[in-house]
Design a protein around this ligand. Structure first.
Ligand code: SPD
Length: 353
C-alpha cells in the first residue's frame, strides 16, 4: 500500500487510538469524491467513525480537504492526490429494488406488515442503554430473512434485547410457535406487553439485564435468537453468549447487526473468532442490511465532539447502517455464563454512545 496512505493511517492510530488502516484511508478518499455532506461521507466510507473524523482532520492539515459547517470537500491538491493514488468515486451499484438486501421487500411474511401500526407510540431511543432502533423497513426485512432461512415458521424465537421491536413483527406474522423478548428497559418491556395484550399477539416480554447470564428457564429452549448488540467487544460478546446459550442445539440460528462505524475490522475479526469458538459458523453476511432512525441524543454522543464539521440540526437522512450476520450452531460447546460487570457500552471505537 502506498506510503502516503500508510503514513496517514499511522497518524490516525496514534491520535485516535483506534485500528485504522491504509485501506481505510483509501475508502475515505473514495467517499470524499461522492459528496460533501459529512454524514454521507461517513456512511459511504464504511470506516470506523472515530478514525474517519481523525483522518479528515489530518487531511485538512495537509491541504487535501477544506471544512465548513456540515461539509468537507476535497481541495484541488486532494483531487490530484486521489488521481495519483488511483482512487476514484465509489460507484452506486446498489439494487434500488431490494436496497442490497437480496430480498423481495413486498413479500414480507403475511401479517407482519401490521408492524407499522403496532410500533406507533414506541419509546424513544435512550442513550443510557445505547439505543437506536432500525427503520421499520429494516425490521420487516430482518423477519423476511428469518422466514426465508427457515428460522421463523414453527420456531421458538428469543429476541436478546429488542429496542427495534422486531419481536412484534415476528409475532404479527403468526408464523413462530413462540416469541420471547428480553430487555433491560422497563419502557420497552411494558410497551411490548401492552401491544401484545391489545392486539392479541403471543409475545412474552421479560425484563433482564444482559450483563447477567440468561435465566435458566430461557437457556437451551429456542431455535432462533436475534439481537442488535451494543458494539464494544465486551458488549457484543455478552449478547452473543446469551443468545447462543438460548439455543437448543445444532442447526439452531442467530441473527446480529454489526456496523463498520463502531467496529473496526480488527474487532470484526475478534467477534468472528468468538462466534467460531462458541461452535457457530457464519452462514450469511449482508452489508448495509439495516438502516437506523436518527436518535434524539446525537449531539450528546461521544462521536459528536470528534466531528471535523458539525451542523445543527444533525443529519436529515439515515447515515448509520449495519450488516446482517446470520450464524448457525454447528457444534454445541459450553457457553461461559459469566457476568459482564460494569460498562459494556464504551470502548475506544464507540461513537454513538
Ligand atoms: N447509539 C445509537 C445506535 C446504537 C445502535 N446499536 C446497535 C448497533 C448495531 N449493532
Amino acid at each position: 500500500m502506498n506510503s502516503t496512505l500508510e503514513n496517514l493511517a499511522e497518524r490516525v492510530q496514534a491520535q485516535a487510538r483506534v485500528p485504522f488502516t491504509a485501506r481505510d484511508v483509501e475508502r475515505v478518499l473514495a467517499a470524499l469524491q461522492g459528496g460533501e455532506d459529512i454524514w454521507r461521507i461517513i456512511e459511504q466510507a464504511s470506516t470506523p467513525f472515530i478514525g474517519t473524523c481523525s483522518v479528515l482532520r489530518e487531511m485538512e492539515k495537509q491541504g487535501w480537504v477544506e471544512v465548513g459547517e456540515g461539509w468537507v470537500r476535497l481541495t484541488e491538491q486532494g483531487r490530484v492526490a486521489c488521481q495519483q493514488l488511483g482512487i476514484s468515486e465509489i460507484p452506486e451499484l446498489t439494487c434500488p429494488r431490494c436496497r442490497g438486501r437480496g430480498l423481495e421487500l413486498s413479500a414480507v411474511p403475511p401479517g407482519a406488515a401490521r408492524f407499522h401500526q403496532l410500533v406507533q407510540g414506541r419509546p424513544e431511543a435512550s442513550q443510557e442503554y445505547d439505543q437506536g432502533y432500525i427503520t421499520e423497513e429494516s425490521a420487516l426485512a430482518r423477519v423476511g430473512m428469518m422466514w426465508r432461512r427457515g428460522d421463523l415458521t414453527g420456531k421458538e424465537i428469543l429476541f436478546v434485547g429488542d429496542d427495534d421491536l422486531v419481536c412484534l413483527a415476528a409475532a404479527a406474522s403468526g408464523l413462530p410457535r413462540r416469541v420471547v423478548m428480553v430487555d433491560i428497559d422497563r419502557r420497552l418491556v411494558e410497551f411490548v406487553r401492552d401491544v401484545a395484550e391489545r392486539e392479541g399477539l403471543r409475545v412474552e416480554a421479560v425484563r433482564h439485564d444482559l450483563r447477567d447470564p440468561l435465566p435458566r428457564a430461557l437457556r437451551r429452549r429456542f431455535h432462533t435468537f436475534a439481537c442488535d448488540p451494543t458494539e464494544s467487544l465486551r458488549g457484543f460478546v455478552a449478547f452473543a453468549r446469551r443468545g447462543i446459550s438460548a439455543l437448543r442445539g445444532e442447526g439452531c440460528a442467530g441473527y446480529f447487526g454489526l456496523t463498520r462505524s463502531e467496529a473496526s475490522l480488527a474487532k470484526w475479526r475478534a467477534i468472528q473468532e468468538e462466534l467460531l469458538s462458541l461452535g457457530a459458523a457464519i452462514t450469511d453476511l449482508i452489508q448495509d442490511f439495516h438502516s437506523y432512525v436518527n436518535w434524539p441524543y446525537l449531539s450528546a454522543m461521544r462521536g459528536w465532539g470528534h466531528l471535523p464539521a458539525r451542523r445543527v440540526p444533525g443529519p436529515t437522512e439515515t447515515w448509520y447502517r449495519s450488516a446482517l450476520v446470520r450464524i448457525e450452531l454447528v457444534e454445541v460447546r459450553p457457553v461461559p455464563e459469566d457476568v459482564m460487570a460494569g460498562d459494556i457500552f464504551e470502548d475506544d471505537e464507540a461513537a454513538t454512545t
